[in-house]
Design a protein. Sequence first.
Length: 227
Amino acid sequence: EQRGIAADSPAEITGRVIGLAASLGVGTSSLLILAAPTVLQLAGAEPGTALSTTAAGYLCIRAAALPASLVNTVAVGAFRGQLDTTTPLSVVFIQILANVILDAVFVFGIDVVGIPAMGVNGAALATSISIWLACAWYAVLLSQRGYVAWKAAFAWPWALDQLQPLILGSFSQLLRTLSLQAVLLQFTRTVVGLDSSGLATAAHQVGLRVWFFAPLALDLVAVAAQG
């Protein structure tokens, strides 16, 4: 039955949502790259400063992984819909392991093989590559298990009426995420205004990530309960 997929099968729905996610990712990624100076100004980084130059490189490299990141989110939902939370956990573990290894390679460099130390840009590159690796692995697993119809990924514009319930159902979560990001953006502007060198911003980000660990730990319990 997986070879002859029905019109409204979960595999086709997954394919359409993946197509929509990838399209949104490409559009948003392109916008972030083209408007990087404006985006950074909104975050408080003045053009021409060392902070702005460093942040622009990081933003553009990380933005390149946005399509893969959104597709990964859909893939996690597809597996959770099959009551499988183990597979996404294993993929995330591989992604984190790859990120750690690539961080060491690109941030500090390896002179023996001619890889230069890239610093902040290296950290962005390591994260982006690890996200794309996870995306490729998700694609393989989804295909192997028959959870996705890839042809449907290219037909999502003609199925928006069928995707409308999913879009409307996730609107509240989108609003929550945008509100959170707006608050974090204001936090960043405030911190950058305190110290244009970027040291205060870096310390703020470290503290923020540690603080985020607590709600993420609660989310882990919630995911396990939903599974």
